[in-house]
Ligand binder design. Sequence first.
Ligand SMILES: Nc1ncnc2c1ncn2[C@@H]1O[C@H](COP(=O)(O)OP(=O)(O)OP(=O)(O)O)[C@@H](O)[C@H]1O
Length: 605
Amino acid sequence: MSKKKNAELSRMWGFAGKRHWLTIASCILAGISTVLSIIPFVCIWFVIRDILYAMKKGDLSLAASSGHYAWLAVAFSLLSILLYFVALCCSHLAAFRTATNMKKEAMHHIVTLPLGYFSQNASGRLRKIIDDNAGLTEGFLAHQLPDLTGAVVMPVAVISLLFVFDWRLGICCLIPLAISVFFLKKMMGGDNADFMSGYMTALENMNKEAVEFVRGIPVVKVFQQTIYSFKNFHAAIEEYKKYASGYAICCRIPLTGFNITLNGTFILLIPTALMLFSAASGQADRQKLFLDFLFYSLFTPVCTTMMNRIMFASEQLMAAKSAVSRIEAILQEKPLKESNTQKQPKDASVVFEDVSFTYPGAKKKALYHVSFEVPDGKKIALVGASGSGKSTAASLIPRFYDVQEGDVLVGGVDVREIAKNDLMDQIAFVFQNTRLFNDTLLENIRASRPDATREEVMRAAEAAQCQDIIERLPNGLDTIVGSGGTYLSGGENQRIALARAILKDAPIIILDEATAFADAENEHQIQLAFEGLTSGKTVLMIAHRLSTIQDADMILVFGDGKIIERGNHDELLKQNGVYASMWKEYQTQIIWKVGTTVRKEENHD
Ligand SMILES: Nc1ncnc2c1ncn2[C@@H]1O[C@H](COP(=O)(O)OP(=O)(O)OP(=O)(O)O)[C@@H](O)[C@H]1O
């Protein structure tokens, strides 16, 4: 456990890089500043002592040196403030660098991860984990760590003061401090030490579910559902509540004890002072005792403030450690392995050899012993029920994930032995949900080949049947689209995605549900764009609209992660199996649609 604690702290230093010495400097300066902040109290003690002595003698000129002490008090206060300021400057510089390095390392690592990692971890969630946790660590290193060092130095300074003033009154001040440390350990130790990581997970989950809840409001309104349909959000709140209230309940007794002991120093100090006062023999002893009592009375609130700082800083330390381990968890994700051999694919064929695949963390396989071949320049279609494994198979070709059993070959070479960039150059992937960046249409299309000229982008856009979109937009190709920009329909988005793929001019095209969002007009245009994209290319296409794949060289029918039928359209119809019944169903849907359209038109007439 303590090894783990140290590992998190040393990782924090690691993130600071060369600036970790600034953190050390800030701790040292904060410690010295704390010690210096005690000296003014000692000076005040001397001032009061001199004044009392002068008053007793009836000659105020005897208190001349008190002015000296007063100035020393001011000087040490200012020096202490100055050192604290420099300490904070150092801690902030180190904290900024630590947070920046945390973000940089996490971002650099993320780009090495398999693409599949991003389908399992939404980009918004990743951004939040990185930003929030780097921010937490920055806050701790910039503010709480110098305070914590200062606060730890304080009891040491108090102990040394025992020898300067009355040790008996000093011990009265120390006892409550020692007891409060015991209560503090109770609050931060034991099960509570691991509380923070559970608490932060619950908080993260609740935030995620809150976003889902807001996104789902239109569905709730349309289907007249009550908010109780958002069980996940409710469960996330309950989980968070469990942590928050559980921690509050655990801390109830130690926190009360902590506050009572810290604020109850006088309960010990006053009776002890009274006892010592009555036991003192001479006037001089009584006067000294009174002065010492005055000193500790002034000094005790400083100790209380310091202990409170330790408490809050300890809590922040727990949060910062948990933040570091969260970023560490991202850094521990295995990057895509690059082979040393890095062979070049010979052609644009795709082969699956006895491939089985299970998603990370899943119990059930998504693919079982899948084997097929798409020769160079041929078109293959993947059909089957939802969840049967079509998208999974397609995603293994560009190495969204690496297979656990069997091999995926591109151009006769195992995809794991092809350099990442070379593999990506071979493949253009059109996703189910095309995401447009918040940028111009030009840059959105150019994303697939950043060195393409405006004319090349225009040609690709024309080949993808995007002329009408470009003409409609106020600034043509230079119109900003994507979130916050001009709205494009699902079918239009698909055509832009096809333009991207056409511009890339890769020999292998993977189309996942390319016509899913299209209306009839868009579908026709997409079909034309699709023909422009795929001629002479190796194509692997997933489609629910069976009309788009009738001319495929081979159709693979997926069922429960396996290939259950294979052949061309006519062969599969003859088999009279799953594909034949899918085709019949599809035909019925078309007849039903045509019938509905005709009826609608008759009603209009
Ligand atoms: N990221 C993921 N993590 C875990 N399991 C997944 C993930 N993506 C898909 N699966 C599971 O793998 C199986 C195959 O899913 P896949 O998306 O490949 O099916 P599909 O045939 O493409 O479905 P659809 O036509 O609905 O897109 C399903 O059981 C699905 O729940």
